[in-house]
Design a protein around this ligand. Structure first.
Ligand SMILES: [Zn+2]
Ligand SMILES: [Zn+2]
Length: 273
């Protein structure tokens, strides 16, 4: 028997997972089950962000098979040596390409050698700027990845006029100095970290994010929300993020869904409609 609460959710939920690596080999065995479960939980659309260039064609293929799947084209800061603009451009005009990214700066895993570190940072910046330019050229929003690099990322977004296209700070790191990017057309992607016991910083900053700039994401297969932390993440678990948002902001769960879905539609889907 299902509880009354569950019944209401299943019947009315609409959530968009704005960041989900469904092209990961972790879904090779059961992608259809994962998608069926997501659909039955009301996950209406899912965006596969570009990260590793070798997975891009798989993401495109998945978007062609499944109507709810979309993709973006880009290179993650960990894979900057793969950057091949000519190849990437082949996929940007695809009807299901909704964004450029995930691109950005990640100083979490820099080389120890000072000279190598300098070179790595310089190359990260160059590839990030190239992708901001690409987004502006094709009029697509950006999916931004920032880790331990708030200052430089913010500066580059402003200096390179990313405001022209806007985008999302995916897996928002709760750094308050990034909040002002909402005035530059940037949204804030909130995922499983919000449910973590050590996610206090994000919990505290959540109410400071303008409500018309909140979107939900899983970043699956990573960052699985409680109560499944440690297991593989999947799009249906966005419901736990929505629950936590509702609790912290003291806004009804259905309003959270409506709000975040409307925001994601505005950022990613109105342009391709
Ligand atoms: Zn990321
Ligand atoms: Zn990601």
């Amino acid at each position: 028997m299902i509880s009354n609460k569950e019944w209401v959710y299943k019947d009315t939920t609409i959530i968009i997972d704005t960041h989900c690596h469904l092209d990961s080999e972790q879904y090779n065995e059961d992608i259809n089950e994962v998608l069926n479960k997501a659909s039955s939980e009301g996950i209406e659309k899912i965006i596969i962000p570009g990260a590793d260039i070798n997975d891009l064609e798989k993401a495109v293929m998945l978007s062609e098979i499944h109507p709810q799947i979309y993709f973006s084209v880009g290179i993650h800061p960990y894979h900057i040596d793969q950057y091949d603009e000519e190849y990437l451009c082949k996929f940007i005009t695809h009807p299901k390409c909704v964004a450029i990214g995930e691109c950005g700066l990640d100083y979490f895993r820099l080389p120890e050698d000072e000279e190598e570190k300098k070179q790595n940072i310089a190359l990260q910046k160059k590839i990030f700027i190239a992708q901001i330019d690409l987004a502006k050229r094709y009029n697509k929003p950006l999916i931004i990845h920032i880790r331990d690099a708030s200052n430089d990322s913010k500066a580059l977004l402003i200096q390179n006029n990313a405001k022209e296209v806007g985008g999302v700070l995916h897996c928002f790191n709760a750094d308050e100095q990034l909040l002002s990017l909402s005035d530059h057309g940037f949204y804030f992607g909130i995922g499983g970290v919000l449910t973590f016991k050590n996610g206090k910083k994000l919990k505290n900053v959540l109410s400071k994010i303008p409500q018309d700039k909140l979107v939900i994401e899983t970043d699956a297969p990573y960052l699985t929300p409680e109560p499944f932390r440690g297991k593989r993440n999947e799009p249906s678990y966005t419901t736990y993020v929505a629950d936590m948002m509702s609790e912290i902001l003291e806004i009804p769960r259905c309003t959270i869904e409506h709000l975040t879905t409307q925001n994601a539609n505005k950022l990613f889907f109105e342009k391709i409609a």
